[in-house]
Design a protein. Structure first.
Length: 111
């Protein structure tokens, strides 16, 4: 599966992170574990996250990325803990957020 994202205009980093999160999702949003994490949370990041599990995943990924790089949120977000804990407990997601270099074992894609 290939995901291509096109951006037009002046986008903030959160938009890039959100759209990249759809690729990182890899069907996670449709799984019982993610949906349980959402059900156990008493909030979602914003109104857009309420539109679908896929959009919630992408919005939480933006917040998770922020948390990993900034160390804390500017206000209490403990209502999201089950979703943040899911992100942190999933190696594929956690590792994608902290990787600082490309994986040399992966072959380059060419058209």
């Amino acid at each position: 599966m290939y995901i291509i994202a096109a951006f037009n205009g002046d986008c903030v980093s959160q938009v890039f992170n959100h759209e990249a999160a759809h690729s990182l999702d890899q069907g996670t949003n449709g799984g019982a574990a993610w949906q349980t994490a959402v059900a156990q949370s008493s909030c979602v990041p914003d109104d857009y996250a309420n539109s679908s599990y896929a959009e919630d995943f992408a919005q939480v990924e933006v917040m998770y990325n922020y948390l990993l790089h900034k160390g804390s949120f500017p206000k209490d977000a403990s209502c999201l803990n089950p979703q943040i804990n899911y992100m942190n407990g999933t190696a594929r997601i956690r590792d994608a957020n902290v990787r600082t270099s490309c994986d040399p074992s992966k072959r380059p894609f060419t058209l």
